[in-house]
Design a protein around this ligand. Sequence first.
Ligand code: SF4
Ligand code: SF4
Length: 152
Amino acid sequence: LNNVDDSTKPFWERPLQSLNRDEWERLCDGCGRCCLKKLTDEMTEETWYTRVICRYFEENSGQCGCYDKRTQLVPDCLVVSTVDIASIPWMPDTCAYKLRHENKPLFDWHPLIAGSNNKMQEFGITVSGKVISEQFVHEEGLEEHVIRWVTA
Ligand code: SF4
Ligand code: SF4
């Protein structure tokens, strides 16, 4: 009976496992938050986000500049799949995949609901304009760039 009910819902309200590839890709809000560099405390496993972003992130478009080759070029690039979401506690707490994995609704600003990414920009969800490329930051200097506007 659940399946019958689910089939009438928009795909972003259905269980992640039921999404086809296209729906899965469209669930991503394009915020860019998962492309930020993170620091993790090995003792507590706590994660802090920094404003430093992957060198391939294109700030103007908010897109990945090497999407098809990202796993080869950036070994720690996150390719989200249904299998691994549970094992990635540091995913941003606004991430559509994390929300749906936890059976929570998307936020009203999500482009699928709002119809555009204007609200995302208004609410400061997108990272564009607030980040610095890793090309300009020494790895040991990451701590100086810790931010509080993205949390896991
Ligand atoms: S944090 Fe989630 S929703 Fe945002 S760009 Fe990354 S995968 Fe997409
Ligand atoms: S390779 Fe692309 S998707 Fe991966 S972290 Fe860099 S910009 Fe983001």
